[in-house]
Ligand binder design. Structure first.
Ligand code: PGA
Length: 259
């Protein structure tokens, strides 16, 4: 696995459950043609579970990496319906989203589960967890954002030892901005990322945070607003939902980020 401790921006597409299997395949082919040679940033794509093998096969000779949208916290056993981190690695995944707010909302995922998932993924070393955190509208309105971020990081990562080359991505996704059509002000994202970095520094020390962590922003990123998120000290990339469903639009986002 390539170390993410480089200056390359990370741009991850989250296709959610938005496409059929046939549409997913078609989009992967279009990604290959439009984005396959880009190497001045790290590009990842997270399709639905059923399409991972096919998408991996389509993208095998490109620079685009494949990720999953979720994982279970055990590697094998009687867990009907679940997919393990070990299986994801076997399928060729290099990233896995953990604790996306849609899973917290619709599947009642809580931070105890998220903590277990992070631990299981880090135990294998070949998979990079993308831990999604972020406040909801009510928490923002009542000025609780900083504490919420601090608390979510603590709950997902406390007691976990980061060793060697282990890589972790924190995706700051204010819940109220996801799918809303309006991203937050880049300066606000930069501030939130700073809070996240300071919390991580307190937990793990600056050296580990510098070498092992990246912090990316997600929530209504489009080619119209992406350039605002470039060049900010604490923003290492973006997680893109809606704007990743058309390869031309995603290409434009990438070009704004790595220009
Ligand atoms: P969005 O989704 O870009 O459509 O807001 C982002 C996400 O949920 O990761």
């Amino acid at each position: 696995m390539e170390n993410i401790n480089n200056n390359k921006k990370i741009i991850i597409a989250n296709w959610k459950m938005k496409l059929s299997l046939a549409e997913t395949e078609k989009l992967a082919i279009s990604f290959k043609e439009t984005l396959g040679d880009i190497n001045d940033c790290e590009i990842g794509v997270c399709p639905n579970f059923l399409s991972i093998l096919k998408v991996k096969e389509i993208l095998k000779d490109t620079n685009i990496k494949v990720g999953a949208q979720d994982t279970f916290w055990e590697n094998e056993g009687s867990y009907t319906g679940e997919i393990s981190p070990k299986m994801l690695i076997e399928a060729g995944c290099e990233y896995v989203l953990i604790g996306h707010s849609e899973r917290r909302k619709f599947l009642m995922e809580n931070y105890e589960m998220i903590h277990r998932e992070v631990k299981a993924v880090l135990n294998l070393e070949d998979l990079i967890p993308v831990i999604c955190i972020g406040e909801n509208w009510d928490e923002r309105k009542t000025d609780r954002r900083d504490f919420v971020l601090f608390d979510q990081i603590q709950q997902s990562l406390s007691g976990i030892n980061i060793v060697g080359n282990q890589q972790i991505i924190i995706a700051y996704e204010p819940i109220w901005a996801i799918g809303s059509g309006t991203a937050i002000e880049p300066s606000e994202a930069e501030y939130a990322h700073k809070i996240i970095k300071l919390t991580l520094n307190d937990m793990f020390g600056m050296k580990i945070v510098k070498n092992n962590f990246k912090i990316i922003y997600g929530g209504s990123i489009t080619s119209d607003n992406a350039s605002g998120f470039v060049g900010l000290e604490n923003i290492d990339g973006v997680l893109v939902g809606g704007a990743s469903l058309l390869s031309d639009e995603f290409y434009k986002v990438i070009k704004k980020i790595v220009k």
